[in-house]
Write a protein that binds this ligand. Structure first.
Ligand SMILES: [Mg+2]
Length: 108
């Protein structure tokens, strides 16, 4: 998958979400809802990480499915991109700028 495919999916999902929630027309509400959703998804990823390193209660570890981990990473990425979309952040430009900045840290 290329970034352009992901961006296309995000635009489509943004539209579907707008159509699914009648109260989704208020931009501030959408920003706050997606921020809360991101924390929810981050919590689910953290839960998977804790299970991955066996730092959960035995009851949880017994029910744990390690195949869930990649999906939780994907949820965090998708939810982050949906938040960026509603806040009109060009994620491709943001990533380019950030990668350039990080690479510059290692140049002598
Ligand atoms: Mg999730």
């Amino acid at each position: 998958m290329q970034l352009k495919d992901l961006k296309k999916f995000i635009k489509k999902e943004d539209q579907r979400l707008r159509e699914s929630y009648g109260n989704y027309k208020d931009e501030e509400k959408r920003i706050l809802a997606r921020t809360v959703k991101l924390t929810e998804e981050l919590g689910e990823l953290c839960d998977e990480v804790l299970s991955y390193v066996s730092l959960q209660r035995k009851v949880k570890l017994d029910k744990h499915d390690k195949n869930n981990l990649p999906g939780e990473f994907a949820d965090v990425v998708i939810t982050t991109l949906l938040l960026a979309e509603v806040m009109k952040v060009d994620i491709e430009e943001a990533l380019k700028g950030k990668i350039k900045k990080i690479n510059a840290r290692y140049k002598k």
